[in-house]
Design a protein. Sequence first.
Length: 281
Amino acid sequence: MDSRTGKKIRLGRVLDPRTGRAVVVAASHGVMSGPPAGLATRAEIDAVFGQLDAADGVMVTPGMLPLVEDFFVGRGRPALVLHLDWKNHGRKIYTPGADGRGEGVLAQLASLEEVAAAGVDAVMTYLYIGQRDTALERAEIERNARIVRDAARVGVAVIIEPRSALEPEGGAALSTDVLSLYCRISADIGADLVKVVWNGSVEAFSPVAQTCFAPILVAGGPGGEDPASTLRLAADSVAAGAAGVMFGRRVFRAEHPAEVLAGLRAVTHDGVPPERALARH
């Protein structure tokens, strides 16, 4: 008996054993960017969580957990995913960069021992690469490798979300080559799952999924106003080889989060075309 069993059990709560896929809702944006639309108040948090029962997993922050812990209690409940990092990359208020560097910093919010004691199934951490200051990239690799080791010791699964530190500058930061680079690095560090941004098409994303041996979950990015585009993105992600999606704003900002989530499950797990999945609800 060892921690490998614990990780296998926890990972099986995130990825549906029937399909090997997952629909995870990211509800943890506040720790990075302040109060997000749709989850800005306690009342909004309670209302949205009342519509997330069908998710395979829901990601929260350490501070949110006491507010929503009852949501995770009981048989058949969504897996508990913890947003392990704080970061100031990509923030619209007090954006880093006034000093001319602008490459951002990150911090870990909890120890893995605390995470395991809280019953968390998986943690998510960021991995930023491509910094002009190579010491920052080295620190990111070392930080993520340590998290993977610590999580393995206590039997918790790890989701790594790799990003380019130069992404705000555009250019090649969202190219197939860059995504393939940092997704493969994440897998080789030891990620159990890799969350990654979408780069525009099935054709552009397929090589990313093919060269990353860890299952990939596609990030949703901005959205929530158009359920049809949300379900189409999920269908394209699965067609490109992803193991599912990890959407936040596209779910919790929707007018009817439960309906969008049901559609995402139909598309991701059952292969229902997005147009049919939308028509069901």
